[in-house]
Structure formats: C-alpha cells, structure tokens
Design a protein around this ligand. Structure first.
Ligand SMILES: CC(C)C[C@H](N)C(=O)O
Length: 483
C-alpha cells in the first residue's frame, strides 16, 4: 500500500476550498483553464462512490442548506471533507451525530493520546483491508506527530499497542470468543498495562473502525482527493467526456424496469400480511427459539465462492498480526456461534452505563447515534410515500445481531426470512463478514427499485448494528472481568 503522507501534493490539494470539492466535475474544466502558477491536483474523477452516480450525491448538498452547514462544520473541525461524509450527506440527521462522535473520539480530551487513537483506527481498518480508512488515518497519525516508524508494521509499534493485536483480531471476526482472560492480560501487563478507561476508548475505536470499514466497502467509497490514488496531476485524456461519468456509470440507465416492477409492492404486501398475522397468532417459546436458531445457522453459511478466498496483501496486513485469521473456512463449515440473550446483557441496560462511567459523556453520544440510525425513517419505500417501514428496518437490524448470535426473546425471527430476500442477505453477510469482497454487482442486485439514498440508509443500519454487536461482546468481557 502506498501511503499518502504530508507531502507537497497533500499541501497543494488542501488549498482547494470546500466549494471546489462539491463541484468536482465542473472543477475538472475550471482547473485546467485556470493558470494559478502551481500544479493543481485533479480528482481521479469518479466521485465519492463507485456505486452511486456522482450527480446524485452532489445534488443533495446543493439543495439542502442544513447539509451545507454540516459540511462546513466538518471541514472546519477535521480540516477535510472525506467521501464517507459526502455519501452520508443523504442523511443529515445521522451525519451530524456521526461527526460529533468522531470529533469526540479522535480530537477531544480522552484517555488515549491523539496519535494512538489514529494508530488504533489504522489497525482496525487494516483488519478488514480497508485501504481507504488506513490512508486517511495514516495522514492524521502523522499530522498529530505520530512516529512514522510505527507505520512499518505492528512489530515496530510499542509493546503496549502490539498487545492489542489479539483483541483486534477476535473482535473483528469472532467477538463471541472474547473472555475476561483476554481483558485481564491487557490490564495486568506490568509496565505495558492498559487502564480500564483507556481500554474502553480502545474498544470503541476498534469496533467503530471495523464497522466503518464495512460501510466504506458497502457504499463503494472512492479514495479522497487528498489521499493517494484520489488525485492526479495529468490532464484529462478522454476529450469530450468527464472521466467521472465513465468511471462511476453516470448516465447509465437502471436495468430493465419492467422486469423489476412489483418488487417493492410485493415486499410491502408481505409487511402488511405479517402485521395482520401478528395480531392473530402467537408462536410458542420453543418455536420462537427454533426460528432464531434456524436463522442464525443460515446466516453462518458462507456466500462467496472458493476462488475468491484470499489472503490480504502484505501492505495492509503489516498493521495487524495473523492475516489469515478470519479468512479460513470457519464459516464454510457453518461455525457454531453461542447465543447471547439480550435480557442477559444489552447495550441499554449494561453496556451504556459501563461506557459512560469510564469515559464520561461518551456513552450518551454513542447511544444517540445508535438511536438515530435505528429510528431513521422518511416513511418511504422507493416511490411510495407514507409507509411505516419499522418492521423492515427492525428485520435488518435484528438479522445483523442474529449473525452475531444476539437474540431478542420477543422477536419472531421468521419475519426475517419473509422480508429479506437472498440477494439482500448475500450483500449483508458479505458486508459484515468479508466487506472487502463487496462488488458493484452485489450492490446493484439487491433492492433494485430502491433509491441510492435508501441503500445508504441500509448501510447505516448495518454499520450501527454491527458496531453495537461487537461492542456488546467487548463490554461483556470487561464487565465479567470487573465482577
Ligand atoms: C431502508 C429503507 C427501507 C428506509 C425507508 N426508505 C424509510 O424511509 O424508512
């Protein structure tokens, strides 16, 4: 992997204003005409996402003043406006909360030093081979005075950070295996020990960046203009076209519409039917438990084909140990995942207060972010208005938790099978387990009649449910250690 560093290129690109960034296409033209005496980078040209036409994303920021001001704040606070934020701009209420949390976690007073926070972010993102996030935080790490030597690999970082390798690995791939012994080893390592408050900060960072890596792949986020691979100094070579349009499929029409029609209506009809039979029949406790187990077992079955199995490249893998972990055939054989019942350990009743106690106010912020994601709705389904979508959104959230073995006793897991079809499940499973394998084809083939903003909405649900699930296991292990 080539890291973008605080090089001249970066300095030059930071002279671009935010308005320039919003008008990337017109910018190609403008910048080539403008003679300002310095070499000005041109975006490689495919917009913030490989999956979503650039003009749809830019449209949002042009029309909405609230978005403009959130973007301005983000730019002022972080000194950049990354492609993740631009794509999240479809959902301003969520974006606001997301940025607040990021700011608190990375920049405000807290148990960990600034460069350690970014280094942990790099470790977490590298676990899922997310070069995009690794590059972003390598830049930040260097900017806050991090030692460049650490970037050669985890073995060159202090022993205290190296000790997080195991936690990073288990949390990312099989968080249910985390025990209080893992926690104890980190807290009782003599001069290399972590404090409890530091450890909370660590697990929040790790879980955030694992799930954000999924979001990044799930939305096909492109490299930022100021990072490596995100810009070029060469003039556009395809005369008459903007390269953006070619690279991200702008102007491409959606598949065969008549073939798709009815997909949304069928789903809405199912929701209505489920609502009706809810009021009628109640399944027995055993039956409810069986439905959960069935769904959990199904969710463990792997979706990708043999030949896609790969070991991450050396470049990213140097930031974590044992790169083959998580890529062996655990899932192929349908690994047994134990069940965690929410009544025994939940975010609301247990995790939240533990975080708030050790990292004041942060629990609150995190809780707000979970709630916004969970409750977000515009009451739409593709072109239909005024629809209650709570049943569908809950099925998505609970399916992710089910993949992590987390069970809500009062939820009927039969609903998931009715509402989430095969291609949607393929997308979800890939995004959560092996996000680096998400392809444009997978993104395109689920929910084909829905808007891009709705697919981003789905990604937000997946990301937050994923983060909460991982966090729950980490916090449970910490609670067990403490009691
Ligand atoms: C994810 C989508 C089904 C969300 C839907 N458009 C809503 O506003 O609730």
């Amino acid at each position: 992997m080539r890291h973008a560093s605080a090089s001249n290129e970066t300095m030059e690109s930071s002279s671009l204003t935010m308005t320039d960034l919003f008008k990337i296409c017109t910018q190609c033209e403008r910048l080539s005409k403008k003679d300002v005496g310095v070499r000005i980078p041109r975006p490689v040209g495919n917009g913030p996402s490989r999956f979503i036409p650039e003009k749809e994303i830019l449209q949002v920021s042009k029309l909405d003043e609230r978005i403009q001001s959130i973007f301005e704040d983000a730019f002022a606070v972080l000194g950049r406006l990354d492609n993740i934020s631009l794509v999240m701009g479809f959902h301003p209420q969520y974006l606001e909360s997301f940025l607040k949390t990021q700011h608190y976690l990375l920049q405000m007073d807290g148990p960990l030093s600034l460069h350690c926070r970014h280094y942990i972010g790099i470790m977490a993102a590298a676990r899922h081979q997310c070069t995009y996030l690794v590059n972003l935080h390598v830049n930040d790490f260097l900017q806050v005075g991090g030692d460049p030597k650490w970037l050669n690999g985890l073995e060159e970082a202090p022993q205290k950070l190296q000790a997080l390798g195991e936690l990073n690995k288990i949390l990312a791939h099989r968080p249910w295996l985390l025990t209080k012994e893992h926690i104890e080893r980190l807290l009782k390592a003599e001069e290399h020990s972590w404090s409890l408050a530091e450890l909370i900060h660590v697990v929040v960072l790790l879980t955030l960046y694992h799930s954000l890596a999924s979001f990044t792949f799930g939305c096909g986020i492109n490299p930022d203009i100021h990072t490596d691979g995100g810009h070029t100094f060469r003039p556009p070579s395809l005369s008459g076209y903007c390269v953006c349009d070619i690279a991200n499929g702008n102007g491409e029409t959606k598949g065969n519409v008549s073939e798709l029609s009815g997909e949304v209506e069928v789903l809405m009809e199912k929701m209505k039917q489920l609502q009706e039979c809810h009021d009628e029949e109640e399944a027995s406790q055993e039956e409810m438990a069986t439905r959960f187990e069935r769904e959990k077992t199904e969710s463990m079955l792997v979706v990708t084909s043999e030949d896609e199995e790969c070991i991450p490249s050396r470049d990213v893998s140097r930031h974590f140990e044992d790169p083959s972990y998580g890529y062996k055939d655990f899932y192929r054989r349908g690994e047994h995942v134990p069940t965690l019942r929410v009544q025994d350990y939940s975010w609301e009743d247990h995790g939240f207060s533990l975080v708030n106690r050790l990292y004041p106010d942060f629990g609150q912020l995190l809780d707000e972010k979970f709630q916004i994601a969970y409750n977000l709705t515009y009451n739409t389904m593709a072109t239909h208005q005024g629809v209650d979508t709570s049943m569908l959104r809950r099925a998505i959230w609970n399916y992710i938790h089910c993949m992590f073995g987390i069970r809500y006793d009062d939820y009927d897991y039969g609903e998931i099978n009715q509402l989430l079809d095969r291609s949607f499940k393929v997308y979800i499973k890939t995004m959560v387990r092996t996000p680096e394998k998400i392809t444009k084809r997978m993104y395109d083939s689920f929910w084909r009649q829905f808007q891009h903003s709705e697919k981003v909405h789905v990604n937000l649900l997946l990301m937050e449910a994923h983060m909460q699930a991982e966090l729950l296991y980490a916090l449970r292990a910490i609670t067990r250690y403490m009691t």
